[in-house]
Design a protein around this ligand. Structure first.
Ligand code: ADP
Length: 257
């Protein structure tokens, strides 16, 4: 992959990570965290050493989506590094595991918190660090890309026409940063009921994304009550139903990253 514009020396905590994959969306609520978490557990299921960094400081979802025994990050007092918590072998760092967080923060503060959490964590040797990016394409996202040398980006969107504008923004940001966008996940694409498949937001926008932006892979995820329920239950769908349809889609995505 092309070298990102990442500047300066690689922070010590990130030196033994082979791939840093950003999962990004331009709007909130499109399923970015759902994709990040299920992708991470799919990669772990394929035998990789995986970590998740939840960079969504304003709305951290990781504490809801996984259920580690230890729900607080620990600080090593000697090295002043953060010890990630862990669930089913995946290392986890989220602002939501940092204790009493502040609900109101200005942008530069958020960038500082993200920077500190990401770079002072003792990730150890990882094949993949999946980064659940904050939604949008602003300063915070840029800072993150400058701190961490991202190897690839996955963009999550919903099928509405309007979402195109967002995908374009995301693709432009990553292309400026020289991070390859390897896949688009079109979430909430369709649902199955009464033996029929329904496309509530229309069909065909996915292939348009591929043509227009030249992104090599496109994945569809259906609207599924189990996806939402598993997200709330603390066990990702791909763990709860490893042979299911959703798990298969994530395995295909996992092969691409
Ligand atoms: P984001 O990270 O983009 O804000 P989330 O992953 O937190 O979005 O998803 C928002 C809500 O929608 C969550 O409650 C999640 O469980 C639910 N959700 C996401 N994708 C699906 C889907 N394909 N089917 C059903 N519910 C979904």
């Amino acid at each position: 992959p092309a070298k990102p514009i990442f500047a300066g020396e690689l922070p010590k905590g990130l030196q033994k990570i082979s791939n840093i994959v950003a999962v990004s969306s331009c709007k909130g609520g499109v399923g970015k965290s759902t994709v990040a978490v299920n992708l991470a557990y799919t990669l772990a299921g394929m035998g990789a050493r995986v970590g998740i960094f939840d960079a969504d400081v304003y709305g951290p979802s990781l504490p809801t989506m996984v259920s580690p025994e230890n729900r607080l990050l620990e600080m090593n007092p000697e090295t002043r590094t953060i010890l990630p918590t862990e669930y089913l072998g995946v290392k986890l760092v989220s602002f939501g595991f940092a204790g009493q967080g502040r609900a109101i923060m200005r942008g530069p503060m958020v960038s500082g918190v993200i920077n500190q959490l990401l770079t002072t964590a003792e990730w150890g040797e990882l094949d993949y660090l999946v980064v659940d990016m904050p939604p949008g394409t602003g300063d915070i996202q840029l800072t993150l890309c400058q701190v961490a040398p991202l190897t690839a980006a996955v963009i999550v969107t919903t099928p509405q026409k309007l979402a195109f504008i967002d995908v374009a923004k995301g693709v432009r940001m990553f292309s400026k940063l020289k991070v390859p966008c390897i896949a688009v996940v079109e979430n909430m694409c369709y649902f199955d009921a009464d033996g029929n498949r329904y496309y509530p937001f229309g069909e065909g926008s996915g292939s348009q994304v591929v043509q227009q932006f030249g992104i090599p892979h496109l994945f569809d995820l259906p609207i599924r009550p189990t996806l939402s329920a598993s997200g709330d239950s603390g066990t990702p769908e791909v763990v709860a139903d490893p042979q299911g349809e959703v798990a298969k889609t994530f395995q295909n995505l996992g092969v691409c990253v």
